[in-house]
Write a protein that binds this ligand. Sequence first.
Ligand SMILES: [Zn+2]
Length: 137
Amino acid sequence: MPAPLAALEAQRDGILREITQLGDMRKGSITETFRACGKPGCACHRRDHPGHGPYYAYTMKAAGKTRTVQLRAGARLDKFQREVDTYKEFRALSDKLIAVNDAICAARPEPEEASARSEKKTTSRSSGRKLQGRSTD
Ligand SMILES: [Zn+2]
């Protein structure tokens, strides 16, 4: 039984609505680090000391360049964290949107002239060669 088109369209509407409600988003990630300082004799050089910190850094790669913003724990870090999390939600929703659109395209009846052509032959995969099996002589 083919997937009901109306149900798929309702699903797509729901995803689109969720996307409009996401709010501010930022691509990138936030890392937490601890490190030793350069001060001789500081406790941070002891092996059982985790180092100073935590220090936070927001990193974003775009067009081959990496942008880094140093952050301290607090409201600004929280804002960055929210924005980065929202971007992750957006990516998840957009994957869902692509999947449901794929199903809609498959369920949508084709126009008369297009259905005259045979679609059966094009369903097999003809591309996507794997490169993993190559020998490394
Ligand atoms: Zn130190």
